[in-house]
Ligand binder design. Structure first.
Ligand SMILES: Nc1nc2c(ncn2[C@@H]2O[C@H](COP(=O)(O)OP(=O)(O)OP(=O)(O)O)[C@@H](O)[C@H]2O)c(=O)[nH]1
Ligand SMILES: [Mg+2]
Length: 343
């Protein structure tokens, strides 16, 4: 916990240093570089704030019918989430750890209703019943469903199966689950695994939804249905789509939910995403990487030849950044890099 708050402090202080120095900086080119670094740190700040909210909630998000529910089943090694060819999952369904199997229905303006499910078949039956009856007023009041399962992965994190975005049918049938509801739901999760289908790639509409609703919280792209892909196919896909993400492309995971190919490494990745210490390590390493990039840029500009830190950083901001105590020693390395020294 101490490590977590120290890391948060580091990110926040770095953000303030960048923000204040960007305003202070007279040269437009330098201010622009500081602004782009600031944007990267804002992204980290947002991710870190979500990671600190307690137990991790990771949502599988993607267009309709791309294999989100099948992937969730493969990750759990249990055929629990409903999947089929055609619009299927109609509500966010959270799968979390519990001592016994049960389903909890959250309705707006009502006490959550707990439904014990002695067997997996009971659970599937109950899930099917509540999620597959669009239109009734009771069904329309359901906000989300939680499923408690005794499962080792779910001891560490909650996985969420979400309805596919861009499913036009729902708008037509008057089902209240519009994209805005999904966007609202995503406000409280820790991070997103973005699921796309190998043969479809990433369409315009998916890109827009990603930008609008979960880009800062998504570092993982899962490509389902890639069971027959060669290494060269994967490379081609990576090359084609990496550039649309700009400077921070996500990790690409090629999997088959149907055949469970690539599922074990993805499970490990989920565990890392939910591990608070790993989140701290990744954050510190990203901040250090960014500081190193800034150092390279300074060397490129030959700012060092002038030999004054205050050319880049607002002097009082820099002093405050350097003075803050840091019991984990992260700041010393950063100060050396940001101050322009070689390390
Ligand atoms: N070949 C292949 N088929 C898959 C894979 N994953 C899912 N499918 C098939 O794709 C169809 C849709 O799968 P779902 O898991 O229901 O998709 P979804 O994204 O949850 O769909 P919605 O809930 O409607 O948004 C089903 O017929 C699955 O069997 C995969 O990795 N490979
Ligand atoms: Mg589904």
């Amino acid at each position: 916990m101490k490590m977590h708050s120290a890391c948060r402090q580091l990110v926040d202080d770095f953000l303030i240093l960048l923000q204040e120095s960007e305003i202070y900086q007279q040269k437009a080119e330098r201010a622009a570089v500081l602004r782009s670094a600031k944007e990267a740190v804002i992204r980290l700040h947002l991710q870190f704030a979500r990671a600190g909210r307690g137990s991790a909630t990771i949502a599988l998000v993607g267009a309709g019918n791309v294999g989100k529910s099948t992937l969730l089943n493969a990750l759990l090694g249990t055929d629990v989430a409903l999947s089929r060819n055609g619009p299927c999952t109609s509500l966010p369904v959270e799968y979390g750890g519990g001592v016994s199997t049960r389903m909890i229905i959250f309705r707006s303006g009502a006490v959550p209703e707990s439904v014990p499910c002695p067997t997996l078949d009971d659970l599937k039956f109950s899930l099917n019943e509540v999620t597959q009856e669009p239109g009734s007023s009771d069904r329309n009041r359901i906000l989300r469903i939680r499923v408690d399962l005794k499962h080792p992965l779910l001891q560490r994190l909650t996985l969420v199966d979400t309805p596919g975005f861009g499913a036009a049918q729902r708008e037509e049938t008057g089902d209240p689950l519009h994209e805005s509801v999904l966007i609202k739901y995503l406000e409280n999760i820790t991070c997103v695994l973005w699921v796309v289908l190998a043969e479809q790639g990433i369409g315009q509409r998916e890109m827009l939804f990603w930008k609008k609703s979960f880009a800062p919280y998504c570092n993982d792209l899962v490509i389902t249905g890639s069971e027959d892909w060669s290494v060269e196919d994967q490379r081609r896909f990576r090359r084609r789509f990496s550039r649309i993400f700009g400077r921070y492309p996500p990790r690409f995971h090629f999997v088959s939910g149907r055949r469970s190919d690539g599922i074990a490494p993805l499970r490990q990745r989920l565990i890392a995403l939910a591990d608070p210490e790993e989140v701290v390590r990744t954050t510190v390493s990203t901040v250090t990487h960014l500081a190193r990039d800034l150092q390279n840029w300074r060397q490129h500009l030959n700012v060092q030849a002038v030999g004054r830190n205050d050319i880049l950083w607002r002097p009082d901001s820099w002093t405050r950044f350097c003075e803050r105590a840091d019991e984990f020693g992260w700041r010393i390395g950063l100060i050396a890099l940001l101050g322009g020294e070689d390390v």
